[in-house]
Design a protein around this ligand. Structure first.
Ligand code: TXA
Ligand code: MG
Length: 315
């Protein structure tokens, strides 16, 4: 069979060079991270940021996360505070994003931050992206590599699914280990979770030794928009399917993993369930099922993030 995936590359020195050259020219590439795959471009370049929004069909009001190799570089763009240092020390590099005040002299393009005076920053923990971030002299603006409001990709082939040949380079870094997007925490005032993730609110509270703010935000961000993470077919919560044409996503050992049943974790492991969620939904859609029913998933720890994504995918 003819190989259609000609823009998917295995990482090596030659590809690193090609990638850096492409990013320097203001192009956008598909990159793996430990959470989900991203669409990466130079955060200082208007041309690159424009391309990201266009490719994703993303509303320009939704700011992007800016990715760094180290704290030294991020210092040029944002104002750090004690809560940031506590969480950075504990979790970075890792699946957590911090919203901080933007420095006046920051070179991050205003389009990337949707004209806000804050910036969301993250230090991803995947050796491929870290080796790229180490050798370029700008941070990477990088949203999840999917068309706006659809499922995030967790493999290079998922990215291809979304953008086909519109990207010159998609780097294959294997399956994303975590499988759902980073926890977003606003640290510009009393800490507040904007998007739950694998690092749970309880963990963050424990680490900062304070209560988190529950105040609603007026910042429009896709993580907070109601319709998001859609697999492209209807998702129905808390019910069993009435026929075999419908898929059933289940959790725990009382369920099989065959036919139209898709078990996220037979051993009731929420981390495993999170890592399989998007992949499972994508497989179901591709297999031709017309609807997805989802059984109950415990709503604590990582379960909070899983249920958040499932709820939004059902809107
Ligand atoms: O795991 C992740 O975070 C992935 C990987 C690729 O790093 N990225 C990701 O980006 O999920 P995206 O664009 O799909 O989601 C970014 C989230 C959105 O909810 C966005 O609104 C929010 O971060 N965000 C970005 N900048 C913000 C800001 N200044 N204030 C509040 N929220 C912000
Ligand atoms: Mg996204």
């Amino acid at each position: 069979m003819k190989n259609i995936y000609t823009n998917i590359y295995t990482f090596n020195k030659k590809i690193l060079k090609k990638t850096v050259k492409s990013l320097n020219q203001g192009n956008i590439i598909g990159l793996p991270t430990e959470t989900v795959y991203g669409l990466a471009g130079n955060a200082y370049s208007k041309k690159a940021i424009n391309k990201i929004f266009k490719l994703k069909k993303r509303p320009i009001k939704n700011p992007l996360i800016i990715h760094y190799h180290s704290i030294k570089r991020a210092y040029e763009d944002v104002i750090f505070n004690d809560n940031f240092f506590s969480l950075y020390r504990k979790y970075c590099p890792g699946p957590i994003t911090f919203v901080l005040k933007k420095k006046k002299k920051s070179r991050i393009h205003n389009l990337a931050t949707a004209d806000l005076d804050t910036v969301a920053i993250r230090f991803p923990n995947h050796n491929l992206i870290r080796s790229i971030l180490k050798v370029i002299n700008f941070p990477l603006a990088m949203p999840s590599a999917n068309i706006s409001s659809y499922l995030s990709p967790v493999s290079a082939y998922d990215v291809f699914d979304e953008f086909k040949k519109k990207l010159d380079i998609i780097i294959n870094g294997g399956q994303s280990k975590i499988g759902i997007e980073s926890t977003v925490v606003d640290l510009t005032s009393k800490p507040r979770i904007l998007r739950p993730g694998i690092i749970s609110p309880t963990e963050i509270k424990k680490n900062l030794r304070i209560k988190l703010s529950k105040k609603k935000t007026n910042i429009k961000s896709p993580g907070m928009m109601k319709k998001h993470y859609s697999p492209g077919i209807p998702v129905i919560l808390g019910k069993k399917p009435t026929n075999q044409k419908y898929a059933y996503i289940v959790f725990g050992n009382k369920f099989a993993n065959k036919g139209n049943y898709f078990n996220l974790s037979k051993k009731s492991d929420l981390k495993e369930a999170a890592s399989k969620l998007y992949k499972t939904m994508r497989t179901i859609k591709k297999s031709g099922f017309k609807k997805i029913f989802v059984s109950k998933i415990p709503n604590y720890g990582i379960g909070i993030a899983i249920n958040d994504r499932i709820k939004r995918s059902a809107k």
